[in-house]
Design a binder for this molecule. Structure first.
Ligand SMILES: Cc1cc2nc3c(=O)[nH]c(=O)nc-3n(C[C@H](O)[C@H](O)[C@H](O)COP(=O)(O)OP(=O)(O)OC[C@H]3O[C@@H](n4cnc5c(N)ncnc54)[C@H](O)[C@@H]3O)c2cc1C
Length: 418
């Protein structure tokens, strides 16, 4: 018997290795911000604007970064982040309000970039709150509505939602079917809304509904109003750390003063959406930056075939491609934002920004995800969240195709929507 297992005996008598090669993997440091700006696109930015950027970055690095992977995995809504964003004055999306310092469009854009660089859900919380809900009330609300809501929304002490999309009307939200009937000196709202960020966790929803005159009108609906039933949408693979809701409006009764006097047709809705389109593009730039710096850090630290990935020609070519995409995006968005600031940005111009930014960030995220190999699908390694989250940005506030149709109409003078 003893002669039948010579190899086993030899192994047993061999000296024991102290540690097996290949059993432990180093911890990768993937979060160090890389301030790449090859074209000098960000040069000359004022100290006031940079202060917003730096505050957003500091918040991400110290408060978001240590906990976000777990929050995202568990699909929790970090309401405390919304409150903190308000305390840090990072929720206003460039809307000036009494009692707050001036916040430029560029400051708001840089803020969105930094938040998304940290996490897409956190940026979306700010986008829904400031970009959509607060902006709707600022543009279309009465003086009383503005007095009641703008400050608490800006400070994050109350949470707002923007309810436009319906289960059967997404890209064609202009055809929405939710009704607002005039009755007894007020209104009765009936219909369904889908994908409404913060629609089940807040205090007020800006609801877009069709009035008796057939036009789209805007209403401020308390989320605890009888007949307002919000169900959080579960099972998302993207933006898991913000909740969207399916809302049923079952004969919600509102007083006359719930209607926003400046929201009388879909043109008013579109004005809000156009103003936020570039904000989504800046968020996409934040994702692009996040995946780029993750890829660079990982390529330098990960060793295969006895050398860092970064020492391989193919990996360097891939990083170069990403840097080229990133630089183009930085340059384009800075230029479009300057045009918007000067009141010279057209609707199709804003669409071009969103179209280019989400497409570019999506391609970069796929490249970086692959560069991290198996580690690229673990949420703890950062790039996986960006890879998943950019999908939602590609779709919301007008899909890639809808932006292309807006741009195409501008180029050709022909509408191809229907
Ligand atoms: C994470 C997330 C958050 C969101 N948050 C909000 C929110 O807070 N408030 C809100 O009101 N909405 C919100 N939305 C809704 C979002 O704006 C819509 O999902 C988006 O407008 C697309 O609508 P849809 O999903 O119904 O897709 P559809 O309109 O059904 O489109 C499906 C596909 O068809 C394409 N398509 C559509 N029309 C045409 C056409 N004419 N020609 C060619 N192709 C076409 C689209 O590009 C897309 O690829 C959110 C969505 C998501 C995913």
């Amino acid at each position: 018997m003893s002669n039948s297992k010579p190899e086993a005996s030899a192994r047993a008598s061999a000296p024991r290795a102290t540690a097996l090669q290949g059993t432990s993997e180093p911890e990768y440091a993937l979060w160090e911000p890389l301030d790449v700006d090859v074209a000098g696109a960000f040069s000359g930015i004022s100290a006031d604007d940079l202060a917003y950027r730096d505050r957003a970055r500091e918040f991400v690095q110290t408060e978001v970064r240590p906990v976000i992977a777990g929050i995202w995995d568990r699909a929790e809504y970090p309401l405390h982040f919304a409150k903190r964003l308000g305390e840090l004055d990072l929720l206003r999306d460039g809307i000036d309000l009494p009692g707050f310092p001036h916040q430029s469009l560029l400051a708001a854009s840089l803020t969105m970039m930094e938040l998304a660089r940290g996490d897409g859900s956190v940026a979306t919380i700010a986008g829904v709150q400031g970009g959509l809900a607060l902006r709707s009330i600022a543009y279309c609300g009465s003086e009383e509505q503005r007095d009641r809501w703008l400050e608490p929304l800006a400070r994050g002490t109350e949470i707002g939602a923007f309810a436009l999309t319906e289960p059967t009307h997404g890209s064609d939200s202009v055809s929405l079917e939710t009704r607002a009937e005039s009755r007894d000196g007020g209104y009765v709202l009936t219909g369904h809304k889908k994908w409404i960020g913060s629609g089940s966790v807040g205090q007020v929803s800006v609801v877009w509904a069709r009035g008796d005159d057939g036009q789209v009108q805007g209403f401020l609906v308390p989320q605890n109003a009888p007949g307002y039933r919000a169900t959080t949408i579960e099972g998302k693979v993207s933006l898991r750390a913000i909740w969207q809701a399916h809302i049923e409006l079952d004969g919600v009764r509102l007083d006359a003063d719930a209607k926003m006097p400046g929201a009388n047709s879909f043109k008013d809705t579109a004005r809000v959406l156009q103003a936020t389109r570039l904000g989504v593009a800046w968020s996409a730039l934040g994702h692009a930056l996040g995946v780029y710096e993750t890829a660079v850090h990982y390529a330098k630290q990960r060793v295969q075939f006895g050398r860092p990935l970064a020492a391989s020609q193919i990996v360097q070519a891939r990083l170069s491609e990403m840097l080229s995409q990133l630089t183009s995006l930085q340059t384009l968005l800075m230029q479009l934002t300057r045009a918007e600031d000067a009141g010279e940005l057209s609707g199709p111009g804003a669409s071009l920004g969103k179209y280019t930014a989400t497409r570019t960030a999506r391609a970069m995220a796929a490249n970086a995800r692959d560069l991290l190999g198996g580690n690229g699908i673990l949420t703890e390694n950062r790039v996986a969240r960006h890879f998943a989250d950019i999908e939602a940005l590609h779709t919301y506030e007008g899909t890639e195709t809808v932006q292309a149709l807006i741009i195409g109409r501008e180029i050709t003078g022909m509408s191809a929507f229907a």
